[in-house]
Design a protein around this ligand. Structure first.
Ligand code: 13P
Length: 250
């Protein structure tokens, strides 16, 4: 049985003050939620959020990391630094990183490897564009993104890891994939992982992301291979995010 998992990706939003209020609100609202909840604040606020979450079961995640361990990489943050600040999870290869910051499949795989080497749980984000979906390439695109990580990390790539399927056309647009569309992709991802490692595939949490909200979460999470969500905009609102986390526990 896979434990439901809901991660909030705050992206580049918030201030010291607004984040203090958000953390306090979440701590209270989520105190009895059984799903594993993760919040991913901007890196400069990790310490503040870690301090605010000290007595809570909410886990801390980062939004990206460097593929390098240490040294002359101005502006970068390493996996071990994230661990030092209490992170357990880190998003890798979010579509905004791939599109706006030119992260390639190879770089994403290197970041994924760096996260695992430091004992963090990488959350590999994959997803197709609208053009790719309309051209019938969805499963091929996702297969290549997952395959790039398998190629570098081998059969145990997805042991102690998470994959989030986030169709690019559904992110921040209010256009959610239907539960059936998402399930089809999730099933294909699990099958691809199972080809290399059946046990890892069984245990692998597969999250859906892209305009998840309190109204559509239950139907998505009811699908056999959807184990939770990766939530953007709605994760900045205590009531909305709490409702999504409750929907994940069934
Ligand atoms: P939205 O929930 O705002 O569509 O964002 C999804 C996302 O990109 C989470 O990583």
């Amino acid at each position: 049985m896979r434990r439901p998992l809901v991660a909030g990706n705050w992206k580049m939003n918030g201030s010291r003050e607004s984040i203090q209020a958000l953390v306090a609100g979440l701590e209270q609202a989520l105190s009895d939620v059984e799903a594993q909840v993760v919040v991913c604040p901007p890196a400069v606020y990790l310490d503040q959020v870690a301090a605010g979450l000290k007595s809570s079961r909410i886990a801390l995640g980062a939004q990206t990391l460097s593929e390098y361990d240490a040294g002359a990489y101005t502006g970068e943050v390493s996996a071990s630094m994230l661990g030092d600040f209490g992170c357990r999870y880190v998003l890798v290869g979010h579509s905004e990183r791939r599109a706006l910051f030119s992260e390639s499949d190879a770089q994403v795989a290197a970041k994924f490897a760096a996260a695992k080497a430091a004992g963090l749980v990488p959350v590999l984000c994959v997803g197709e564009s609208l053009d790719e979906r309309e051209a019938g390439q969805t499963l091929a695109v996702i297969g290549a993104q997952v395959g790039a990580v398998q190629e570098v990390l081998g059969v145990d790539a997805f042991v102690n890891a998470v994959i989030a399927y986030e169709p690019v056309w559904a992110i921040g647009t209010g256009m959610t994939a239907t539960p059936e569309q998402a399930q089809q992709v999730h099933a294909a991802i699990r099958a691809q992982v199972a080809e290399k490692n059946t046990a890892a595939a069984e245990q692998l949490p597969l999250l859906y992301g892209g305009s998840v909200n309190a109204a559509n979460a239950s139907a998505l999470f009811a699908m056999a291979d959807i184990d939770g969500g990766l939530v953007g905009g709605a994760s900045l609102k205590v009531d909305e995010f709490t409702a999504i986390c409750r929907a994940a526990q069934g």
